[in-house]
Design a protein around this ligand. Structure first.
Ligand SMILES: [Zn+2]
Length: 79
């Protein structure tokens, strides 16, 4: 599926390459959006800024935010 960001019009492909188009938020706009939400909820806008696993396990965005760090950790463990 090909996606077009509804905010900045960035185009990206996810999964199988088809001629279908879908609208969504690109990674950059998603990050901006979530940081805005964090700020409006009175939190630090730390989404995707972490360089190690975040200690704020109660954060609603923890899984999303730490997904890459989780992957990186397991990749390190394999080598
Ligand atoms: Zn975008």
């Amino acid at each position: 599926m090909t996606y077009i960001c509804i905010k900045c019009r960035t185009i990206w492909v996810s999964g199988d390459h088809t001629s279908e188009y879908s609208g969504g938020l690109c990674e950059v706009c998603t990050t901006d959006y979530i940081r805005d939400r964090q700020k409006s909820q009175g939190f630090h806008d730390c989404f995707k800024k972490a360089i190690e696993l975040c200690s704020r396990a109660g954060c609603s965005y923890w899984l999303l935010c730490n997904r890459e760090l989780n992957t990186a950790t397991s990749m390190c463990a394999e080598t």
